[in-house]
Design a protein around this ligand. Structure first.
Ligand SMILES: Nc1ncnc2c1ncn2[C@@H]1O[C@H](COP(=O)(O)OP(=O)(O)O)[C@@H](O)[C@H]1O
Ligand SMILES: N[C@@H](CCC(=O)OP(=O)(O)O)C(=O)O
Length: 370
């Protein structure tokens, strides 16, 4: 059966750890594998890191740039070279590719998000392999994915992929970083995020020399993707042919079971693509109404407001201790909410001098956090 497969490859797999030069044989095997899967009828999207790493190698820089401006300049050098290499390899196998550079803003604005979906769908129908990276050169600090693990999970959720493969420089997830803890235990299957919490995985401070997020971002990517019904696998990038073996049922890498898609596409967009710009603190009654009874949030249940925001922006809904219980789109600005918090819905027109929505966050625009 034809499947939609997103493969994310990290800098640590694409470059030689000692020299930072490209790992050409790995890239060649990856291209062969993806082309073979495509010609077998699967829809393939490649999310690739490496712009910064390749740019550094091109410019003779010996470590990852620290300032935002230098990182963006180096990525601009590396991205073109990276695509040239992919195009050379894929063209040798007559496989057309496309470049898609995305920024967090493209995911926040619903119209851009829906447009991006349309573009992916057309490309896949045309038999093209889209090659995705963060648009590093225009990203701003507050609105960066920061790591391509998260980006790949959001792409997998957007296109409702069946599989997300996170290719890295370790063969799977371990109970702790195997570089630091030699007797760390391998994890082969994660049934649910509750199961993951029970495993008490330690992820250490960071990843490899050139990678960005380490295991932390891969686990959080697995959370986003599995919540969207996407089976997620962490496996070793040096052996891209493992992807086909895993699809045939071999138990390689760490597999995260997909969760039933309980939320619709729009709610998944609210939960994962939007960046919350404020916090609403709720009393016990409001927390119970939202978490247990699936109700909308009313002004009466709000005890405090943090941040400045406009109506229609995304906010976190928190219990009294500040723990996030849900996310949603607000019907009122922070200035209006300061005036109406704790008050009954029927008093709102009198307080504000104009009528507004009965709810502060309608249940159709509200997603429980897990
Ligand atoms: N619990 C863990 N299991 C496996 N690897 C871990 C764990 N914690 C941290 N790591 C580290 O994460 C690294 C991979 O992350 P990263 O360098 O960001 O790779 P990539 O460039 O592929 O995104 C591994 O080299 C490993 O040292
Ligand atoms: N957009 C950046 C990717 C940063 C990133 O996530 O790197 P990695 O941890 O190697 O997947 C680049 O192309 O260098």
């Amino acid at each position: 059966m034809s499947q939609t497969i997103v493969v994310k490859v990290g800098t640590s797999s694409l470059t030689q750890p000692q020299t930072g030069q490209l790992a050409l044989s790995t890239i060649a095997k990856l291209v062969e594998t993806l082309t073979h899967l495509r010609s077998s009828g699967h829809g393939i999207v490649l999310v690739t890191s490496g712009a910064v790493g390749v740019g550094c190698a091109r410019l003779g820089l010996k470590s990852r740039p620290q300032t935002m401006a230098l990182k963006q300049a180096v990525a601009a050098v590396g991205q073109g070279r990276l695509m040239r290499i992919y195009d050379d390899f894929f063209t040798s196998l007559q496989q057309p590719i496309a470049q898609i550079l995305l920024s967090r803003r493209d995911f926040i604005q619903r119209s851009c998000y829906v447009n991006a979906y349309g573009t992916f769908r057309e490309l896949l129908q045309l038999g093209v392999i889209p090659i995705v990276n963060e648009n590093d050169t225009v990203a701003v600090e507050e609105l960066k994915f920061g790591d391509n693990d998260t980006l790949s999970a959001l792409v997998a959720s957007l296109i409702q992929a069946d599989w997300l493969f996170l290719l890295t420089d370790v063969d799977r997830l371990y109970s702790a970083d195997p570089r630091q803890v030699p007797d760390a235990q391998p994890i082969t299957l994660v049934n649910s995020m509750e199961h993951l919490a029970e495993l008490q995985i330690q992820t250490g401070e960071s990843g490899s020399q050139w990678g960005t997020g380490g295991m932390v971002t891969k686990i959080s990517a697995a959370r986003i993707a599995t919540n969207a019904g996407v089976r997620t696998v962490i496996t070793e990038g040096r052996y891209p042919e493992s992807i086909e073996k895993i699809l045939q049922g071999e138990p390689l890498g760490t597999q995260f079971e997909p969760q039933p898609r309980t939320e619709n596409a729009r709610k998944r967009w609210i939960a994962h693509s939007l960046v919350p710009v404020g916090k609403l603190y709720l009393d016990h009654g409001a927390v119970a109404a939202i978490c247990q009874a699936g109700k909308s949030l009313l002004a009466a249940g709000i005890t405090a407001i943090e941040g400045e925001f406009h109506a229609s922006e995304a906010v976190q809904l928190c219990d009294g201790s500040g723990l996030e219980i849900a996310r949603g789109l607000v019907n009122y600005s922070s200035t209006e909410l300061q005036k109406i918090r704790g008050r009954k819905s029927e008093d709102i027109p009198m307080i504000l001098g104009y009528g507004g929505a009965e709810t502060v966050v309608h249940r159709d625009n509200l997603v429980l956090s897990n």
